[in-house]
Design a protein around this ligand. Structure first.
Ligand code: HEM
Ligand code: HEM
Length: 185
């Protein structure tokens, strides 16, 4: 990893919001799916969730490659060392979770003896002839548990962004929104 980028560039902003909106949408859609009764309508809805999930996975991988190249952006203000360490730990968790969510979803589908496709385009063929009970239990518990942990981490992430904006009054939030100029808020 190189030295921290002084300011997130357009690609960083695009990847943050592309992956971010995708993940927030998939979490909301996924929890709503729980309430839909089984049947052909639900199968079609799960198919949409899976297709979008695989696309978000591709964007999340691109983001990891970009982060490894660029490093995390330097702090937008004089943040305390604990705050800087906390932010990096939370960001690393968010990045890892955005990879593990789709991976566990893919594994869950394969264990259910289903192939994985993106809006009809085959991506991974069916691996098992019948449901693999153990793998299914592991993958679905991981997918569901991570969804809760990720939701809690995102609540903290947004609260921290608002704290920087309203209490510290620095450019942390405005620069990720693409609104701040490099000279200040
Ligand atoms: C309303 C939603 C969101 C807001 C207001 C928001 C706000 C922010 C802010 C202000 C930063 C900059 C932190 C800094 O400069 O050090 C940031 C970075 C980051 N955010 Fe978010 N965020 C949101 C949604 C998300 C989501 C859904 C994810 C992941 C699933 C996410 C993952 C990250 C990560 C990994 C970083 C580190 C920098 C990067 O890799 O781009 N954020 N976010
Ligand atoms: C960032 C990506 C993803 C997120 C944030 C996400 C989120 C969620 C959430 C919140 C749920 C509901 C959890 C629960 O019932 O407690 C869910 C369910 C599910 N997800 Fe994902 N998911 C993602 C990607 C994927 C992918 C790529 C696949 C498969 C290719 C997948 C397959 C499934 C399946 C099969 C269910 C169960 C639906 C049901 O029968 O109710 N997910 N997901």
């Amino acid at each position: 990893m190189t030295a921290p980028a002084p300011w997130p560039g357009r690609l960083s902003l695009g990847l943050h919001w592309g992956v971010g909106v995708g993940v927030l949408g998939l979490i909301a859609f996924g929890f709503w799916l729980r309430t839909v009764p089984g049947g052909p309508d639900k199968t079609a809805l799960v198919q949409i969730h899976k297709s979008v999930g695989v696309l978000v996975f591709a964007a999340a991988l691109a983001r990891v490659a970009w982060r490894m190249r660029e490093g995390f952006p330097a702090p937008a203000g004089p943040h305390a060392p604990w705050e800087r360490r906390g932010a990096i730990a939370l960001h690393v968790f968010l990045i890892v979770a955005t990879l593990l969510m789709p991976l566990s979803g893919i594994l869950r589908s394969l264990a259910y003896a289903r192939p994985v496709s993106v809006f009809g385009l085959p991506v991974i063929p069916k691996l098992f002839e019948a449901k693999h009970e153990t793998l299914y239990a592991v993958a679905s518990n991981l997918h569901d548990g991570l969804a809760l942990a990720l939701s809690a981490a995102l609540a903290l992430h947004v609260a921290a962004a608002l704290k920087h904006h309203w209490i510290d009054r620095d450019a942390t939030l405005t620069r990720i929104l693409g609104l701040a100029r490099r000279t200040g808020r």
